[in-house]
Structures are given as structure tokens and as C-alpha cells.
Design a protein around this ligand. Sequence first.
Ligand SMILES: [Zn+2]
Length: 154
Amino acid sequence: MNLRNRLYRFMQGRNGVDALSVFLNRLSFGCLIGAILFTFLSVLFLRREATTASTVFQVLYFIAYGIGIILLVLWFFRVFSKNVAKRQAENTRHLYRMQKLRRKWASVKQQWKDRKTYKYFRCPQCRQKIRAPRHKGKIRVTCSKCSHIFITKT
Ligand SMILES: [Zn+2]
């Protein structure tokens, strides 16, 4: 049996690489790069005899390195796990969270782009986000979600 077949056999019934694993892998990589950076800074400050700063970066190095290794272990655990149903549920939750985060980020970007033409505020009753054109003075707003009526300045 060649290596490829053996690998295929080995991976059968296991979770394999999914979106959450890729995410963990990148996060782990980021932490390890951070750890290298912190070591570099620690040595740099030590050479300048700034021992406190050097110690701080040494601690940061250990934290970043530790988290990086933990994430890598998690990655291995997820890829080779045989509890596929549970791993898939985790992956679905991860995708959902990412989607929510992307939507939030898009909304923040849009709000920043519109900041001169639109005022953004929340309904005082249900917290629904509402926008209105700026420079219209005091306006009466009816919430699109709960129909609450309130006055606001634009
Ligand atoms: Zn409302």
C-alpha cells in the first residue's frame, strides 16, 4: 500500500481540515510570529539595559508562545478527531460567528463612509439601529421595528 492510500485510510472517519481548523492554524501562526517579535524586542531592550521592558517582552513572549502552541494542539485535535458530528457543529458555530463579525464590520465601514450625510442612532425602546439624513434639525422618528415614536436632532 502506498503512502497516499495509507493516509487516505488513516483519515477516514476523521474530521479533516475545515474552516475552524484553518482559522485556528492562522491564529496560531500569528501568535508564533508575535512570539518571535517579542523575543527580538526583549533582546533589544536588554542590550540597552532596560531590564524592566526586556522582562515585559519576555513575559509576552511566553504568553504568545503558549497560546500559539495550545492553538496548534487544538488544530491537531480537530483535524484528527473521530467525533465528526461534534466537530461539524463547532465549525458551523464558527462560520456563523464569522458571518456576524463580517456583517458588523461592513456596517461600521458603511457608517464611517456616511458620517457626513447620515446620522446613526438607536431606538430608545428596542435598540434597533436607525439612520436619518443630517442637518434636518429636530425630526420625529418612527422605529421600523417596534413603531416607537421619538424626537431626535440630526
Ligand atoms: Zn424600536
